[in-house]
Design a protein around this ligand. Sequence first.
Ligand SMILES: [Zn+2]
Length: 139
Amino acid sequence: MLRELERKNKMECREVKEQLAAYADAQTIPPELEAHLNSCEECALELAQYRALSAATTRMQFATLDTPSWLLPSLTSAVRDKAEALQVSRQRMSKLADPRVITGGVLVAASVAGAMLFRERRRRKRTIATRLRQSLARA
Ligand SMILES: [Zn+2]
């Protein structure tokens, strides 16, 4: 009976894991998913990892809101150089040099980095799964 229950959980794991990332920030989890997580340590751990990653990404965004003063001059000149290269008008350039705009740019960069980290992680997992399937098919 217990073994049957374990096997049932294993069969559901793949299905559950496909949904886990979507619930990283969720306050509530569907009852059937919750039931699986209560009985499956592996999936529960994976959700915990998604949550930790999500929390880390959020902290990273807040951390970059406070642009360190030593970084501002180099960021300002980097943005100016970029603007010059793109032949942005003088009026817009003075706006671009505004620290608030630069902080906003860093924030966007951090968000993009966080999203890429998340996607890369999912992509890598899929790649591993595909390779595993291929080597099993060859065997
Ligand atoms: Zn599971």
